[in-house]
Design a protein around this ligand. Structure first.
Ligand code: ATP
Ligand code: MG
Length: 570
């Protein structure tokens, strides 16, 4: 896996033409030649886990291609041929995630399991044509017999079974008469082929496992390679877009379609999978994180799943923009995660209102204000977009500021609060720290400050300027909240390239939970999923764990890319 060069830097290459996409170009050419050409793509997930950002790339590509023609369509088909790992929960989550991403498939949801009967009949046809046979070797014998790229295949002693015997055995396999592993059905292609995939590949295995849709109706299940191309053909898919690992399956898919005499046939094109730095994208491995309790579930906001990213507060439009931007290519490379982060920030900058929240509160008492002071100031929700409106904030005698915004013994370029120093309270007036109160352990527990009413407002009449402006929340009006700070899930760029298990490089600080945070009162009725910017802190989103009076906010992303700074220092 290689990390892409600086071409992933959004600033270095932003044109209106969009990124290179040879698959889109191919379809556009076709439509130019034949504007009425049929165009049907599909997104074919296996329901063995939740969708991740790699799937988003495939969804954006397939649905986007269908939209190139007014009559274009895109199917959703679950490739549900492996009952052992597939579940209805996943089927439902995948549909919700596709819709959330902003796409709607055409027609009903399709399932490979709808085609089990047709596939079975086609298998009987192949047996009758002498093109498939029942093999009764053990699993190990089958594996050894296939050989490898360097080692020739070995012909099975069962290869020359008569058509009658094959039909009888296969029908009895279907009737459930045999145990798992007793027999398989193989295509009779060429054991001497250089292409290992063409050495009499398996078509069916006996599996006495209930299927999430067909229940116990089938004791045999089609192999993915036998089901996939035919499923595309049944749905009259015109463009079958796959990831690169399927390139070398194409001769086999063609053999099946040719031998069955199916036409018209789907045209298969492959593209490189999306990989991201600091990320592992494989449902099998994501399932391990869930099962081992290393994350709270498929929708843990650190997961690269669509469910996790939604809960984290990432917008579907940021994901779509990112997927468009990475384009498609013929090689597997890793995209720098900071490119995704760029799109997340860009989208949230434009779409979220700004609010004040103090994550690590330090109490401030404005000593020259009366106990019942309530000074109202107006604060716009967005610095440049008036459509967001404004709210009123109330300055009270007791406030909270960020602990980090005070230093007893500040270094030179520290422009925030310190003994004897002044700062402006955001949207309000300048305060001066006149006294520092500490507890017995010497920890600062309260600051006593004076409030200068003359400086109220954005442009102080006395022209006095201070270098620092800090955010604050009224102690009596602010609300308690829990804030979950998320960071990258791994400490290394390429978790799979690390020697050893990828779980060894999980970032122990990927979640930091802060309790007793204070947020401004306007957030009291923020609904689950609401996204805001906490000024100076980052973008946050209301988590479903929120309860009345006890909001939980997830940090979607910090305002600036602190990792870039860390990397630059190295
Ligand atoms: P995983 O290993 O994560 O389970 P998969 O390819 O086995 O991935 P499927 O459910 O079979 O997952 O994939 C559905 C579709 O999404 C397929 O067309 C597949 O090629 C595509 N896809 C999966 N992962 C990626 C990725 N990282 N980038 C682009 N497309 C992907
Ligand atoms: Mg898979």
């Amino acid at each position: 896996m290689s990390v892409s060069d600086k071409s992933t830097d959004p600033a270095s290459e932003r044109t209106d033409e969009g990124p290179p996409n040879f698959i889109r170009d191919m379809v556009l050419e076709l439509l130019q030649r034949d504007p009425d050409a049929r165009l049907c793509t599909r997104f074919p997930p296996e329901p063995n886990g939740y969708l991740h950002i790699g799937h988003a790339k495939s969804i954006v590509l397939n649905f986007g291609l269908a939209r190139l023609a007014p009559q274009g369509t895109c199917n959703l088909r679950f490739d549900d041929t492996n009952p052992a790992t597939e579940e209805t929960e996943y089927v439902e989550a995948i549909q919700a995630d596709i819709r959330w991403l902003g796409f709607q498939w055409d027609g009903p949801v399709h399932y490979a399991s709808d085609y089990f009967e047709q596939l079975y009949r086609w298998a009987l046809d192949l047996i009758r044509a002498g093109k498939a046979y029942v093999d009764s070797q053990s699993v190990e014998e089958l594996r050894e017999g296939r050989g490898s790229f360097h080692q020739e295949g070995r012909v099975s002693p069962y290869r020359e079974r008569s058509i009658e015997e094959n039909l009888d055995l296969f029908q009895r396999m279907r009737a459930g008469e045999f145990d798992e592993g007793a027999h398989v059905l193989r295509a009779k292609i060429d054991m001497a082929s250089k292409d290992v995939k063409l050495r009499d590949p398996l078509m069916y295995r006996i599996r006495k496992v209930a299927h999430h849709r067909t229940g116990s109706e089938w004791p045999i299940y089609p192999m993915y390679d036998w089901a996939h191309g035919q499923s595309d053909a049944i749905e009259e898919i015109t463009h079958s877009i796959c990831t690169l690992e399927f390139q070398n399956h194409r001769p086999l898919y063609d053999w099946f379609l040719d031998t069955l005499g199916i036409s018209p046939r789907p045209y298969q094109t492959e593209f490189g999978k999306l990989n991201l730095t600091y990320t592992v994208l494989s449902k099998r491995r994501l399932l391990r994180l869930v099962n081992e309790g290393r994350v709270s579930g498929w929708d843990d906001p650190r997961m690269p799943t669509l469910a996790g990213m939604r809960r984290r507060g990432i917008t579907p439009s940021a994901l779509r923009a990112f997927c468009e931007r990475v384009g498609v290519s013929k090689h597997d490379g890793a995209v720098d995660i900071s490119l995704l982060e760029y799109y997340i920030r860009e989208d949230l900058d434009a779409t979220t209102r700004r609010v004040l929240a103090v994550l690590r509160p330090l109490k401030v008492v404005l000593v020259n204000l009366p106990e019942d002071a309530a000074i109202e100031v107006s604060a716009p929700y967005h610095p440049s977009d008036e459509a967001f409106g404004a709210r009123t904030l109330t300055v009270t005698r007791e406030l909270y500021i960020e602990r980090d915004d005070f230093m007893e013994d500040p270094p030179k370029k520290y422009f925030r609060l310190a003994p004897g120093r002044e700062v402006r309270l955001r949207y309000a007036a300048i305060i001066r720290c006149v006294e520092v109160i500490k507890d017995e352990a010497g920890e600062v527990v309260e600051l006593r400050c004076t409030w200068d009413p003359e400086t109220l407002g954005a442009h102080p009449p006395d022209g006095r300027k201070v270098k620092g402006t800090i955010h604050w929340v009224s102690a009596s009006q602010g609300l308690d909240a829990e804030v979950r700070l998320y960071d990258r899930l791994y400490t290394v760029e390429d978790p799979m390239g690390h020697d050893g298990d990828f779980t060894e490089v999980l970032n122990p600080d990927s979640l930091v939970t802060l309790r007793g945070c204070k947020v401004e009162p306007s957030l009291g009725d923020a609904p689950v999923g609401d996204r805001v910017q906490f000024e100076r802190a980052g973008y946050f989103c209301v988590d479903p764990d929120s309860r009345p009076g006890a909001a939980v906010f997830n940090r979607t992303i910090a305002l600036k890319d602190s990792w870039a700074k860390i990397a630059a220092k190295k």
